[in-house]
Ligand binder design. Structure first.
Ligand code: SF4
Length: 309
């Protein structure tokens, strides 16, 4: 069995400690952008699960400069312990969807902070044109750059139902373009999208095993107030897993995943004031403890059932 410190999976914390020699903390930033799936370019209501803050509910305020958002994030994090290393994480909305001059300004502002060790950018694969790729190649010569892509699922019907707004082929091209530029890719997936079976979720995992990606987020579907998903849930309730079922599913995903892929998330961080379901996910520490106990009791580790054939 492979081991990554105390964990049975290749956790982000383990990967960062191995690379930087200490714990590295994330500061969620708001670069003041919108999203083509919200401004009418592709759609005007966004993905059905996306919160009014563009899935950046813990990000800073776009009214503040990036330096000020970093300063505030550091202050909030460092009151309890001394911290020297951060990831500047552009989280809210689509963070490559802006003029090149604006993107260059905010990215440079972030990486110029000596305590920022990594620039992480959440975006859509259809917002990575040649100029953006050239800019990312330039910034990665200053500090490591990660790109986080919201795939959610490989299944086209589900993608249509959740209004993702691009086909799988666009994702594949973006991953190849980033890989060619040696820019690590983290893929955001959502478990228990309406209509998805365990087999379908594992098909997404198996597909990603064959992609040149470096990280993955396994995100539990959250039904949040103010989303079209919440309306759908109220009108036609769909299956929401109980905690035990979710933990078994995550165990299965980890067991099938390529062992080098870094696990950035195994549950979710929904804002409590917006959360409709599942409410058990609010106790994140409990979910993680239960997951770790389950992996141990079932002798599961990341890659146990992975096969590269
Ligand atoms: S692409 Fe991201 S920001 Fe845009 S609507 Fe979907 S989840 Fe929200």
């Amino acid at each position: 069995m492979e081991r990554w410190g105390e964990k049975r999976y290749h956790s982000l914390d383990y990967a960062l400690r191995s690379q930087f020699g200490e714990k590295v903390y994330k500061i969620a930033l708001n670069g003041g952008m919108t999203c083509p799936n919200r401004d009418g370019t592709i759609g005007d209501r966004g993905c059905i699960f996306c919160s009014p803050m563009g899935s950046g509910d813990f990000a800073g305020s776009s009214a503040d400069s990036i330096s000020d958002q970093l300063k505030r994030g550091k202050y909030d994090l460092s009151t309890k312990r001394p911290i020297h290393s951060y990831i500047a994480y552009f989280q809210a909305f689509t963070n490559t969807y802006g003029s090149i001059s604006h993107l260059e300004k905010i990215y440079l502002e972030a990486v110029s902070d000596p305590e920022v060790k990594v620039l992480s950018i959440a975006t859509r694969p259809d917002c990575l044109g040649p100029e953006v790729l050239a800019l990312l190649s330039k910034i990665r010569k200053i500090k490591p750059v990660w790109i986080e892509l919201g795939l959610q699922t490989i299944h086209e019907k589900t993608a249509k139902d959740i209004r993702r707004g691009y086909p799988l082929s666009i994702f594949e091209q973006a991953v190849q373009n980033l890989h060619a530029r040696q820019i690590p890719v983290i893929v955001h997936t959502i478990l228990y999208l309406p209509g998805e079976t365990p087999e379908m979720m594992l098909q997404t995992i198996d597909y990603l095993n064959h992609c040149p990606i470096q990280g993955i987020k396994l995100q539990l579907l959250h039904v949040l107030k103010g989303t079209d998903l919440a309306i759908q849930y109220q009108q036609h309730p769909f299956h929401i897993p109980e905690q035990d079922e979710y933990i078994r599913m995550v165990g299965s995903c980890l067991s099938h995943l390529r062992p080098d892929i870094v696990i950035h998330r195994v549950t979710g961080d929904g804002p409590s004031d917006l959360m409709i379901a599942p409410l058990w996910s609010q106790k994140k520490r409990t979910v993680l403890n239960e997951l770790h106990a389950y992996l141990k009791s079932q002798d599961i580790w990341q890659g146990k059932e992975y096969s590269n054939l």
